[in-house]
Design a protein around this ligand. Structure first.
Ligand SMILES: Nc1nc2c(ncn2[C@@H]2O[C@H](COP(=O)(O)OP(=O)(O)OP(=O)(O)O)[C@@H](O)[C@H]2O)c(=O)[nH]1
Ligand SMILES: [Mg+2]
Length: 274
């Protein structure tokens, strides 16, 4: 993969002579990552809603889009990483988190670049992580009215079904597991062996199963609006069926692991420390 970086801050020619540096403030580094594939038509809108005063860096990983995603991202000044080959949504996120950790992120926000999730909600999303009260925060559409936001009824029903099943298996009470707006603490991403997960959409579910299996991580959620519209990227029926079945497999694997019937390396391994 290749990487293009945002130019560093230009030196201010009119700057006063160097004064003693102020004491280093422990500012948490918040990094937004966007796993992108053909997001040219929605990227600028998504970017515009990001609370830039809170975010230190925005990394976009392009999975060999066939549109102008890379050009738009570069024009916006994002850090762009380009995959040499199409890996899929999960493979894309692996690169996102590797890059975010390497950049020193303390909090990592994963945001779909298709403008389906309201980036203006990022401050509320990351607040519990910054306060040390959560390690994983989910932006949930099901705390609002997903149907009013245009979610197709069959997606609504399958989401509810899978969420109920996952709650029962994981012993949680979340309102949805299938959101594209999430935030993670550095500690979580350093602990969870996310690289072992699928390169496909089920990556998101495997990661939550890993978080639950690891224990000791607090998960929270906030309400986010649902937005379905013409230019948004959306999974069709066939891929949704594959996704649903893969999610069932994640739940089954988790239960077998927990009942000590069959141990899963994905659910036991730990990423080596830095
Ligand atoms: N790397 C990669 N990313 C993808 C692929 N398909 C979609 N994406 C990105 O992943 C994000 C989520 O994909 P969507 O197709 O919107 O799927 P979804 O949001 O889970 O499902 P919907 O509720 O139908 O929108 C999008 O913003 C895309 O930019 C893919 O094949 N490879
Ligand atoms: Mg989408």
């Amino acid at each position: 993969m290749s990487q293009t970086n945002r130019p560093t801050e230009p030196a201010d020619p009119g700057a006063a002579p160097a004064e003693p540096a102020p004491p280093a403030t422990p500012t948490p580094r918040v990094v937004v990552v966007m796993p992108a594939y053909n997001a040219a038509r929605t990227l600028e809108r998504t970017y515009a809603d990001i609370p830039h005063e809170l975010v230190d860096r925005i990394i976009l990983v392009d999975d060999l889009s066939r549109d102008e995603t890379v050009q738009v991202a570069q024009r916006l000044g994002l850090d762009v990483i380009i995959h040499r080959q199409n890996l899929g949504y999960g493979g894309n996120q692996k690169t996102c988190y590797d890059a975010a950790l390497a950049s020193g992120a303390q909090v990592v926000v994963m945001l779909h670049p298709d403008y389906q999730y309201d980036a203006t909600r990022i401050p509320a999303l990351i607040e519990p992580i910054l306060a040390g009260q959560a390690d994983l925060m989910l932006g949930s559409r099901f705390l609002g009215d997903p149907l009013a936001g245009g979610m197709p009824r069959w997606k609504y029903v399958s989401n509810r079904f899978l969420t109920a099943l996952e709650n029962a298996a994981f012993g949680l009470h979340l309102s949805e597991y299938h959101t594209g707006l999430r935030a993670y603490s550095r500690r979580l991403l350093e602990t969870i062996p996310y690289r072992l997960n699928s390169n496909d959409f089920v990556f998101d579910q495997e990661l939550i199963a890993q978080v639950v299996a690891a224990g000791g991580f607090r998960i929270g959620e906030i309400a986010v609006p649902t937005r379905y519209f013409e230019e948004a990227s959306s999974v069709g029926l066939r891929r949704s069926i594959v996704y649903g079945l893969s999610t069932l497999r994640v739940v089954a694997r988790y239960l077998l692991h927990r009942w000590q019937v069959r141990r899963s390396p994905k659910l036991t391994a730990r990423r080596p420390g830095p």
